[in-house]
Design a protein around this ligand. Structure first.
Ligand SMILES: Nc1ncnc2c1ncn2[C@@H]1O[C@H](COP(=O)(O)OP(=O)(O)OP(=O)(O)O)[C@@H](O)[C@H]1O
Ligand SMILES: Nc1ncnc2c1ncn2[C@@H]1O[C@H](COP(=O)(O)OP(=O)(O)OP(=O)(O)O)[C@@H](O)[C@H]1O
Ligand SMILES: [Mg+2]
Ligand SMILES: [Mg+2]
Lengths: 253, 253
């Protein structure tokens, strides 16, 4: 049965999508069957794996409205073993539309349960918020992978996220674990970067991945070609670091 | 009467807070009376101007619940002419709590109208979302300043934001203008950065500020000292670019 990991952090721009796309692609390269669920109305994971958002017909939104089952939304990508549930802009309306619906927090969990036997990993890319869409992901997941940019504001938001995980454990998902904390956009030449790393490793010890993702221009170029980093530039430091992350995730069963 | 500008973009990490804090501080340095409204539950603008979030008693949340008027929430900062309405984590709950309240989209507008005569500029820092908190800011504002990071995903989200502005104009705020599009984290050595700049200037022409904010480490260090860039390091390229932006904003009355 699939391991379900939500990639979440309400701080914007910390590398959630970059991590969701590139971890999924790296796991698929290791011949694991992977389903990437784009739970963010921005749809960056969808374009990050090469789908044209304008040609997406059914999306995560249709799961929330009950039009489609999750199985019907699964779409192949150019990479073998990597599938995606795409998102598009209509998902922006879901939070307001569902505000008063019964069982609104468990729609994604029920959808994922239906397909969990067909995959080894299900990775959920979350929006930069703690609203209903992220809540659904945290309720569907067994664990949360938290990307933390090596910057001050990203550090500031971490305690709020951990507090939210406690609330979710207390109500909707008692077994929710932290899969790991991933330091992103790390720059060894930069004091602030090293200070944030020291601070995070001091507080979270073992939960912090050994692998750090360096700031690497290939990682920001790859999405404009609709490719994960391992197909865009396998020799880049970005690709090597995400392959390293995949090895650590595989090692932690 | 104050000019009310919302700093908004649903894409995360594009420099909304960095722009709201540093434009506000630069306008205050030019002896304009400035009120910075932190409408983001993350509270990054609040700590960016040096307030300790843990010691904030009343916040934007209390305006939404009706506990406080906006005038009661105004707090001085260390900079003369710069005042802030701070935010704290309880604001995360506002969107769900207000979902069915009458007049929920115009709470901030009504609050701001009360104090508009006391300021030259009111700058609103928005969260990375298109929910009720951003909707309140877009309804309260006369114009929107849109920071766009020189990266692919940020470019992708722009059309969705402009579509949302059309929806707001059609319903809640017919006179809402685009104050300007600001290119942030620009790096002249980087191809992608130049491509994004070309693309944006081609599509939006005059609406794009001449001033571009370079990627500059002082800008990411300043918040850890609770200081706007002009007091942290006035000689830095970050400070000079935000002073340039303030000159352009002042010129466009
Ligand atoms: N290690 C890295 N080096 C360089 N650029 C990176 C790196 N990681 C991510 N980026 C770029 O930084 C930007 C932010 O990353 P990304 O969009 O993955 O963050 P996010 O947390 O998903 O954002 P959002 O909060 O909007 O969902 C993107 O343009 C991405 O291409
Ligand atoms: N020009 C710049 N050069 C270097 N770092 C920058 C620059 N502008 C912003 N930063 C840093 O990049 C990160 C993202 O910026 P910021 O938090 O202002 O974006 P935001 O759009 O407000 O994010 P959110 O979507 O979470 O509200 C911060 O850590 C900030 O210090
Ligand atoms: Mg993302
Ligand atoms: Mg911000």
């Amino acid at each position: 049965r699939a391991k379900v990991i939500a990639v979440a952090n309400q701080k914007g721009g910390v590398g959630k999508t970059t991590t969701a796309v590139n971890l999924s692609a790296s796991l698929a390269a290791a011949e694991k069957r992977v389903l990437l669920v784009d739970a963010d109305p921005q749809g960056n994971s969808t374009s990050g794996v090469g789908l044209d958002k304008d040609s997406v017909v059914s999306s995560t939104y249709d799961l929330y409205t009950g039009e489609r089952t999750l199985a019907e939304l699964v779409t192949p990508t150019v990479l073998p073993h990597l599938f995606i549930v795409p998102s598009k802009v209509d998902l922006f309306g879901a939070e307001i539309e569902l505000a008063s619906r019964e069982g609104r927090e468990t729609i994604l969990r029920r959808g994922i349960e239906e397909v969990a036997d067909s995959y080894d990993y299900i990775i959920i890319d979350c929006p930069p918020a703690l609203g209903l869409l992220t809540l659904n992901a945290l309720t569907a997941a067994q664990s949360v992978l938290i990307p933390v940019q090596c910057e001050y504001y990203a550090l500031e938001g971490l305690s709020q996220l951990l507090h939210t995980l406690d609330l979710v454990r207390a109500s909707l998902n008692p077994d929710l674990e932290v899969e790991g904390i991933l330091l992103t956009m790390h720059d060894t030449r930069n004091n602030l970067s090293r200070q944030v790393e020291d601070e995070i490793r001091k507080h979270f010890g073992e939960k912090v991945y050994q692998t750090m993702i360096p700031r690497n221009v290939s990682l920001s170029e790859a999405p404009s070609h609709g490719k994960p980093i391992i197909t865009y530039d396998i020799r880049s430091r970005g690709a090597q670091s995400y392959l390293g992350l995949a090895r650590e995730v595989l090692g932690h069963v």
